[in-house]
Write a protein that binds this ligand. Structure first.
Ligand code: NAD
Ligand code: TYD
Length: 375
């Protein structure tokens, strides 16, 4: 009989966490999931409504920093694995409100570690280190941004010293240190993945790719920070989800794994690809034109929509991941080339425009105007 494992997955009403639970439910029969999510502006229950509230996956609305709640969940569900996606995740928002990022990303992570330690420790060894229930794992979902910024050459390896620049990346680097300290001090079985920029379905349209898609449809200016020459290393979200699960199941206890697909692109080139792709779809498949704010023609869908705006403060120049370790040790390879992934993503947004409308209903317009008024 399959040995079932109980997973606590935090932040799974957001972009990557939602893709991860969908991936897990589709590919693995041996998991039961509790999703814990505070449903901030970035969390939308509609994203996972088909996945939750059955015997394999339940949803709990709550804050990862709520100690009594998290402890109670550990008691009730006997988790074997914690996968911590929950975070404030947007660099621009972290520049506006760093405090919230430190609260959620650092203290929230510490709270989860504390509850896991209370639930999982079985005794002490001769040296006084805690002993742990068999098969438990705390997995922290981290980011390549903890390494800081690269020049034109070289890549981030797991040995690259952490050197974060934004309040967001500083909070994620701190959380990584707290996880590693818990490993070193208490010998908790932990793992960390540090992934490059993700794209794909269900990403909130404040991040570059979905924001540009949404703005094209609305015939709004496409804000490109600075000269658009900053480089990000893009990975299709499902490839990231597969890497996380592989690390949880087969990765070494206590290890860090970089995740990325060697797909570095300049922002301006991504924006141009999105414009061109939407133009082609609208020209060739007129049924999509009803999504356009101005469907009378498609002539206006061109690079004149691009607006160069004031640069982001402390804008990291380039990220580039060296994924050798996860490739050699666990056999992970990205499966979705960017050219294919970006087309799938654009089509997903066109085919799920109701989702975009739903997630941008509340304070999105205010956010958007505030962010761009001073640029
Ligand atoms: P997201 O902003 O789309 O989702 C975050 C989710 O966390 C939301 O559902 C939100 O409601 C929830 N949340 C926020 N604060 C919470 C709290 N206090 N308690 C419980 N839930 C809370 O983020 P994402 O892009 O899906 O990123 C998920 C994780 O992956 C983050 O830890 C992020 O740092 C990391 N990461 C993201 C990327 C990327 O490109 N998006 C790349 C590498 C790593
Ligand atoms: P983003 O999607 O916010 O991810 P991150 O900052 O975590 O890498 O931004 C990706 C890149 O795109 C980054 O260099 C900033 C830039 N950018 C723009 O040029 N315009 C925009 O409107 C946004 C949101 C980002």
């Amino acid at each position: 009989m399959t040995q079932m494992k109980n997973y606590l997955v935090t932040g799974a009403a957001g972009f990557i966490g939602a893709n991860y639970i969908k991936y897990l439910l589709q590919h693995f029969d041996d998991v039961r999931i509790v999703v814990l999510d505070a449903l901030t502006y970035a969390g939308y229950l509609g994203t996972i409504h088909e996945d939750i509230d059955n015997e394999r996956c339940v949803f709990v609305k709550g804050d990862i920093g709520d100690a009594p709640l998290v402890q109670q969940l550990f008691q009730e569900y006997k988790f074997d694995v914690v996968v911590n996606f929950a975070a404030e995740s947007h660099v621009d928002r972290s520049i506006e409100n760093p405090q919230l990022f430190l609260q959620t990303n650092i203290l929230g992570t510490q709270n989860l570690l504390q509850a896991a330690r209370t639930a999982w420790v079985t005794g002490k060894d001769e040296q006084g280190y805690p002993t742990w229930r068999a098969g438990v794992r705390f997995h922290q979902v981290s980011t390549d941004e903890v390494y800081g910024s690269l020049g034109d050459e070289g890549y981030f390896t797991e040995q690259t010293p952490l050197c974060p620049h934004s309040p967001y990346s500083a909070s994620k680097a701190s959380a990584d240190f707290v996880v590693l300290a818990t490993r070193d001090t208490y010998k908790m079985p932990v793992s960390i993945t540090r992934c490059s920029n993700n794209y794909g379905p269900y990403q909130f349209p404040e991040k570059l790719i979905p924001l540009i898609i949404n703005n094209v449809l609305h015939k709004k200016p496409l804000p490109v920070y600075g000269q658009g020459l900053n480089v990000r290393d893009w990975l299709y979200v499902e490839d990231h989800c597969r890497a996380i699960e592989l690390v949880i199941r087969q990765g070494q206890d206590g290890s860090v794994y970089n995740v990325g697909g060697h797909n570095e692109m300049r922002n301006i080139d991504i924006v141009k690809i999105i414009i061109q792709s939407i133009r082609t779809i609208m020209d060739e498949e007129p049924q999509y034109r009803s999504l356009l704010a101005d469907g009378s023609s498609t002539e206006w869908i061109d690079e004149s929509l691009i607006t160069f705006v004031k640069d982001r403060l402390g804008h990291d120049a380039r990220y580039g991941i060296d994924p050798t370790k996860i490739g050699n040790d666990l056999g992970w390879r990205p499966e979705t080339p960017f050219a294919q992934g970006i087309q799938k993503t654009i089509r997903w947004y066109l085919d799920h425009y109701e989702w975009v409308k739903a997630v941008t209903r509340d304070d999105y317009q205010q956010y958007y105007e505030k962010m761009y008024q001073h640029r």
